[in-house]
Design a protein around this ligand. Sequence first.
Ligand code: PLP
Length: 233
Amino acid sequence: MIEEKLNKIKENIFDICSKSNRDPAQIKIIAVSKNFGIRHIQEALAAGQIDFGENRPQELDGKSKLINENICWHFIGNLQKNKVKYVVRTAEFIHSVNSLALAEEINKRAEKSEKIQKILVEINTSGEETKQGLSKDSEIDNIIYKISELKNLKLIGLMTMAPYTEDENKIRKSFIFLRMLKDKFVQNGVELKHLSMGMSSDYKIAIEEGATMIRIGSAIFGERDYTKSWREL
Ligand SMILES: *Cc1c(COP(=O)(O)O)cnc(C)c1O
Protein backbone atom coordinates (compact mmCIF):
# COMPACT_ATOMS: atom_id res chain seq x y z
CA MET A 1 0.00 0.00 0.00
CA ILE A 2 2.64 2.51 1.09
CA GLU A 3 4.96 1.18 -1.59
CA GLU A 4 2.32 1.79 -4.28
CA LYS A 5 1.75 5.32 -3.07
CA LEU A 6 5.46 6.03 -3.06
CA ASN A 7 5.80 4.63 -6.56
CA LYS A 8 2.94 6.79 -7.78
CA ILE A 9 4.61 9.89 -6.35
CA LYS A 10 7.91 8.93 -7.98
CA GLU A 11 6.14 8.52 -11.32
CA ASN A 12 4.57 11.94 -10.91
CA ILE A 13 7.95 13.46 -10.07
CA PHE A 14 9.39 11.87 -13.16
CA ASP A 15 6.60 13.26 -15.37
CA ILE A 16 6.79 16.77 -13.98
CA CYS A 17 10.56 16.78 -14.27
CA SER A 18 10.55 15.76 -17.89
CA LYS A 19 8.01 18.49 -18.65
CA SER A 20 9.93 21.15 -16.76
CA ASN A 21 13.38 20.02 -17.80
CA ARG A 22 14.55 19.00 -14.37
CA ASP A 23 16.51 16.01 -13.14
CA PRO A 24 14.34 13.80 -10.88
CA ALA A 25 17.48 12.84 -8.95
CA GLN A 26 17.54 16.38 -7.58
CA ILE A 27 14.26 15.92 -5.75
CA LYS A 28 14.23 14.25 -2.36
CA ILE A 29 10.99 12.85 -1.01
CA ILE A 30 10.68 13.33 2.73
CA ALA A 31 8.04 10.96 4.08
CA VAL A 32 6.28 12.91 6.82
CA SER A 33 5.48 10.21 9.37
CA LYS A 34 4.09 12.50 12.09
CA ASN A 35 1.18 10.93 13.93
CA PHE A 36 1.83 7.58 12.27
CA GLY A 37 3.20 4.53 14.03
CA ILE A 38 6.42 2.58 13.85
CA ARG A 39 4.87 -0.06 11.59
CA HIS A 40 4.07 2.61 9.00
CA ILE A 41 7.67 3.78 9.03
CA GLN A 42 8.86 0.17 8.76
CA GLU A 43 6.63 -0.36 5.75
CA ALA A 44 8.01 2.73 4.02
CA LEU A 45 11.57 1.67 4.89
CA ALA A 46 10.90 -1.71 3.30
CA ALA A 47 9.82 0.14 0.17
CA GLY A 48 13.20 1.88 0.05
CA GLN A 49 12.28 5.18 1.70
CA ILE A 50 15.18 6.70 3.67
CA ASP A 51 14.18 10.26 4.52
CA PHE A 52 11.49 10.81 7.13
CA GLY A 53 10.05 14.01 8.58
CA GLU A 54 8.64 14.68 12.04
CA ASN A 55 7.24 17.85 13.56
CA ARG A 56 7.32 17.14 17.31
CA PRO A 57 10.60 16.83 19.21
CA GLN A 58 9.49 14.08 21.59
CA GLU A 59 7.82 12.08 18.86
CA LEU A 60 11.01 12.23 16.80
CA ASP A 61 13.05 11.21 19.82
CA GLY A 62 10.70 8.35 20.74
CA LYS A 63 10.52 6.95 17.24
CA SER A 64 14.23 7.18 16.59
CA LYS A 65 14.87 5.08 19.71
CA LEU A 66 12.48 2.35 18.58
CA ILE A 67 13.90 1.94 15.10
CA ASN A 68 17.27 0.41 14.39
CA GLU A 69 17.43 0.92 10.65
CA ASN A 70 19.35 3.85 9.26
CA ILE A 71 16.96 6.72 8.76
CA CYS A 72 17.72 10.23 7.66
CA TRP A 73 15.50 12.30 9.97
CA HIS A 74 14.22 15.75 9.06
CA PHE A 75 12.70 17.97 11.72
CA ILE A 76 10.01 20.14 10.12
CA GLY A 77 7.93 21.52 13.00
CA ASN A 78 7.87 24.46 15.32
CA LEU A 79 10.84 24.16 17.66
CA GLN A 80 11.09 25.62 21.14
CA LYS A 81 14.52 26.31 22.55
CA ASN A 82 14.11 23.90 25.46
CA LYS A 83 13.41 21.03 23.02
CA VAL A 84 16.41 21.64 20.79
CA LYS A 85 18.45 18.89 22.46
CA TYR A 86 16.03 16.15 21.37
CA VAL A 87 16.20 17.30 17.82
CA VAL A 88 19.91 17.98 17.43
CA ARG A 89 20.88 14.51 18.57
CA THR A 90 18.62 12.88 16.00
CA ALA A 91 17.87 15.09 13.03
CA GLU A 92 20.16 15.31 10.04
CA PHE A 93 18.25 18.38 8.85
CA ILE A 94 16.21 21.00 10.71
CA HIS A 95 13.91 22.77 8.26
CA SER A 96 12.10 25.10 10.63
CA VAL A 97 14.64 27.62 11.88
CA ASN A 98 12.64 30.80 12.28
CA SER A 99 14.66 33.02 14.60
CA LEU A 100 18.24 33.92 15.30
CA ALA A 101 17.79 32.95 18.95
CA LEU A 102 16.75 29.46 17.87
CA ALA A 103 19.68 29.22 15.45
CA GLU A 104 22.05 30.19 18.26
CA GLU A 105 20.59 27.55 20.58
CA ILE A 106 20.90 24.88 17.87
CA ASN A 107 24.49 25.97 17.28
CA LYS A 108 25.25 25.63 21.00
CA ARG A 109 23.75 22.14 21.20
CA ALA A 110 25.46 21.06 17.99
CA GLU A 111 28.79 22.21 19.39
CA LYS A 112 28.24 20.09 22.52
CA SER A 113 27.45 17.09 20.33
CA GLU A 114 30.46 17.84 18.12
CA LYS A 115 28.19 17.98 15.14
CA ILE A 116 27.64 20.29 12.21
CA GLN A 117 23.86 20.69 12.10
CA LYS A 118 22.33 21.20 8.67
CA ILE A 119 19.51 23.71 8.76
CA LEU A 120 17.06 25.54 6.55
CA VAL A 121 15.48 28.88 7.36
CA GLU A 122 11.69 28.90 7.34
CA ILE A 123 10.10 31.74 5.42
CA ASN A 124 6.49 32.83 5.65
CA THR A 125 5.70 33.35 1.98
CA SER A 126 1.93 33.42 2.29
CA GLY A 127 1.43 36.34 4.65
CA GLU A 128 -0.81 34.11 6.79
CA GLU A 129 -0.36 34.97 10.44
CA THR A 130 -0.98 31.39 11.54
CA LYS A 131 2.10 30.25 9.64
CA GLN A 132 5.56 30.09 11.14
CA GLY A 133 8.52 31.63 9.44
CA LEU A 134 10.13 34.95 8.78
CA SER A 135 8.52 37.45 6.48
CA LYS A 136 10.29 40.80 6.93
CA ASP A 137 13.16 41.43 4.51
CA SER A 138 15.35 42.89 7.22
CA GLU A 139 14.80 39.91 9.52
CA ILE A 140 15.48 37.44 6.73
CA ASP A 141 18.71 39.20 5.69
CA ASN A 142 19.82 39.43 9.29
CA ILE A 143 19.33 35.75 10.07
CA ILE A 144 20.84 34.47 6.83
CA TYR A 145 24.04 36.47 7.23
CA LYS A 146 24.39 35.89 10.99
CA ILE A 147 23.89 32.14 10.64
CA SER A 148 26.89 31.98 8.33
CA GLU A 149 28.99 33.01 11.32
CA LEU A 150 27.77 30.20 13.55
CA LYS A 151 30.40 27.49 13.28
CA ASN A 152 28.33 24.42 14.06
CA LEU A 153 25.53 25.27 11.65
CA LYS A 154 25.47 24.63 7.95
CA LEU A 155 22.76 26.60 6.22
CA ILE A 156 21.67 24.60 3.20
CA GLY A 157 18.44 26.22 2.07
CA LEU A 158 15.04 27.76 2.64
CA MET A 159 11.72 26.19 3.58
CA THR A 160 8.14 27.34 3.26
CA MET A 161 4.53 26.24 3.46
CA ALA A 162 2.15 27.51 0.81
CA PRO A 163 -1.17 29.07 1.86
CA TYR A 164 -4.15 26.79 2.49
CA THR A 165 -6.16 27.53 -0.60
CA GLU A 166 -7.56 25.98 -3.74
CA ASP A 167 -6.17 28.91 -5.69
CA GLU A 168 -3.24 27.46 -7.58
CA ASN A 169 -1.90 30.90 -8.44
CA LYS A 170 -1.52 31.86 -4.81
CA ILE A 171 0.27 28.60 -4.07
CA ARG A 172 2.59 29.06 -7.03
CA LYS A 173 3.35 32.65 -6.01
CA SER A 174 4.46 31.43 -2.63
CA PHE A 175 6.91 28.96 -4.19
CA ILE A 176 8.19 31.49 -6.72
CA PHE A 177 8.81 33.92 -3.89
CA LEU A 178 10.97 31.36 -2.08
CA ARG A 179 12.92 30.50 -5.22
CA MET A 180 13.63 34.15 -5.99
CA LEU A 181 14.71 34.77 -2.42
CA LYS A 182 17.16 31.89 -2.65
CA ASP A 183 18.46 33.17 -6.01
CA LYS A 184 19.03 36.59 -4.47
CA PHE A 185 21.15 35.14 -1.68
CA VAL A 186 23.05 32.91 -4.06
CA GLN A 187 23.88 35.96 -6.18
CA ASN A 188 25.19 37.61 -3.05
CA GLY A 189 27.53 34.74 -2.35
CA VAL A 190 25.48 32.72 0.15
CA GLU A 191 25.71 29.06 -0.70
CA LEU A 192 22.08 27.88 -0.61
CA LYS A 193 21.24 24.66 -2.39
CA HIS A 194 17.83 23.56 -1.26
CA LEU A 195 14.23 24.63 -1.51
CA SER A 196 12.06 22.63 0.89
CA MET A 197 8.57 23.22 -0.41
CA GLY A 198 5.53 21.24 -1.45
CA MET A 199 3.29 18.84 0.50
CA SER A 200 0.76 16.19 -0.56
CA SER A 201 -1.63 18.67 -2.12
CA ASP A 202 0.83 20.98 -3.84
CA TYR A 203 4.12 19.15 -4.47
CA LYS A 204 3.60 19.13 -8.23
CA ILE A 205 3.51 22.91 -8.36
CA ALA A 206 6.48 23.05 -5.99
CA ILE A 207 8.56 20.86 -8.29
CA GLU A 208 7.66 23.02 -11.27
CA GLU A 209 8.96 25.98 -9.28
CA GLY A 210 12.23 24.39 -8.22
CA ALA A 211 11.66 22.35 -5.05
CA THR A 212 14.53 20.03 -4.13
CA MET A 213 12.90 18.60 -1.01
CA ILE A 214 9.20 17.78 -0.88
CA ARG A 215 7.56 16.93 2.43
CA ILE A 216 4.81 14.40 1.89
CA GLY A 217 2.64 12.88 4.58
CA SER A 218 -0.94 11.94 3.73
CA ALA A 219 -0.26 11.03 0.10
CA ILE A 220 2.06 8.29 1.42
CA PHE A 221 0.54 7.22 4.74
CA GLY A 222 -3.12 8.23 4.39
CA GLU A 223 -5.18 10.58 6.55
CA ARG A 224 -3.83 11.28 10.02
CA ASP A 225 -5.96 10.29 13.01
CA TYR A 226 -5.25 12.89 15.66
CA THR A 227 -7.48 11.14 18.20
CA LYS A 228 -4.75 8.53 18.59
CA SER A 229 -1.14 8.76 19.64
CA TRP A 230 1.54 7.43 17.30
CA ARG A 231 2.35 4.82 19.94
CA GLU A 232 -1.10 3.22 19.44
CA LEU A 233 -1.01 3.23 15.66
C1 PLP B 1 2.44 17.69 8.10
C2 PLP B 1 3.41 18.47 7.34
C3 PLP B 1 3.69 18.17 6.00
C4 PLP B 1 3.00 17.06 5.23
O1 PLP B 1 1.65 17.34 5.05
P1 PLP B 1 0.73 16.44 4.09
O2 PLP B 1 -0.35 17.35 3.68
O3 PLP B 1 0.24 15.31 4.95
O4 PLP B 1 1.55 15.97 2.98
C5 PLP B 1 4.65 18.93 5.35
N1 PLP B 1 5.29 19.94 5.97
C6 PLP B 1 5.06 20.26 7.25
C7 PLP B 1 5.82 21.38 7.86
C8 PLP B 1 4.11 19.54 7.98
O5 PLP B 1 3.89 19.87 9.25
